[in-house]
Design a protein around this ligand. Structure first.
Ligand code: PGA
Length: 255
């Protein structure tokens, strides 16, 4: 399976013109590499339609960064997975910034995952430990708990779930996790997914991924790609990342 590079733009860029320009600059590179790398751009809700418009007819994915679990209702400011399904193919659930800044609970994340799948979307579920949990040696326990809370019992739908292992302390800090250690956690995640019946589990790494280190992760047999924040906002850097990952050869021999 081709490695996936998913660009989490977060609340960026600040204007529509910049969002369209970024998509326009990345698109040709992603198109050239598409036999070897799967690329998905995840802009803010309001830029989804325009970014999808730029990428139309391309095999480049588009996704949202969050969704609500109900189809519709009195939830001021929210956007449902069902509403998103006409505009994109992917949705992120349980990003640590949602869990941390907005108090999202494991239960809410689980409902969002279910809603995303019910709406026909592919879900990128984020899991990962905070710094103090890592220091206390609780990485496995935290990740195992988050995964179980969100995915246990999904069985047949697991094929549309990609898990992104994102140590919270590595996000936006420039302190990317040691690939070998991240690989061990990703192997554990993979094993859990297989245990629940996933046939081709896909586990990504995220956290300060850049053009210089992406292949350190994607080169691992347990790693099916990366969820990229800051570096995905720089057209040149993200393009270089796509090209380098393409050179690794995503040709189906991955674990
Ligand atoms: P970062 O963000 O690449 O800027 O560390 C990753 C993420 O939050 O998904």
């Amino acid at each position: 399976m081709r490695p996936l590079l998913a660009a989490n733009w977060k609340m960026n860029p600040p204007t529509l013109d910049q969002a369209v320009e970024l998509a326009l600059r990345v698109a040709p590179v992603a198109r050239r590499a598409r036999a070897r790398v799967e690329v998905a751009l995840l802009p803010p809700f309001v830029w989804l339609e325009s970014v999808a418009g730029v990428l139309r007819d391309d095999e480049i994915g588009v996704g949202a960064q969050d969704c609500h679990w109900e189809r519709s209702g009195a939830y001021t400011g929210e956007v449902s997975a069902a509403m998103l399904s006409g505009w994109c193919q992917w949705v992120i659930c349980g990003h640590s910034e949602r869990r941390g800044y907005f108090g999202e609970t494991d239960e809410q994340v689980a409902r969002k995952v279910r809603a995303g799948l019910d709406a026909g979307l592919n879900v990128i579920l984020c899991v990962g430990e905070r710094e103090e949990e890592m220091v206390a040696g609780r990485t496995e326990a935290v990740v195992t708990h988050q995964l179980g809370a969100a995915l246990e019992g999904l069985a047949a739908d697991l094929g549309r779930v990609v898990v992104a292992y994102e140590p919270v302390w590595a996000i936006g800090t420039g302190r990317n996790a040691d690939p070998e250690r991240a690989g061990a956690t990703m192997a554990l995640i993979r094993q859990m997914l297989v245990g629940w019946g996933a046939e081709e589990p896909r586990v990504l790494y995220g956290g300060s991924v850049n053009a210089g280190n992406a292949t350190d992760y994607v080169g691992l047999s347990v790693c099916a790609g990366c969820l990229v924040g800051g570096a995905s906002l720089k057209a040149e850097e993200f393009s270089t990342m796509i090209e380098r990952v393409a050179e690794l050869g995503g040709d189906g021999d991955r674990a």
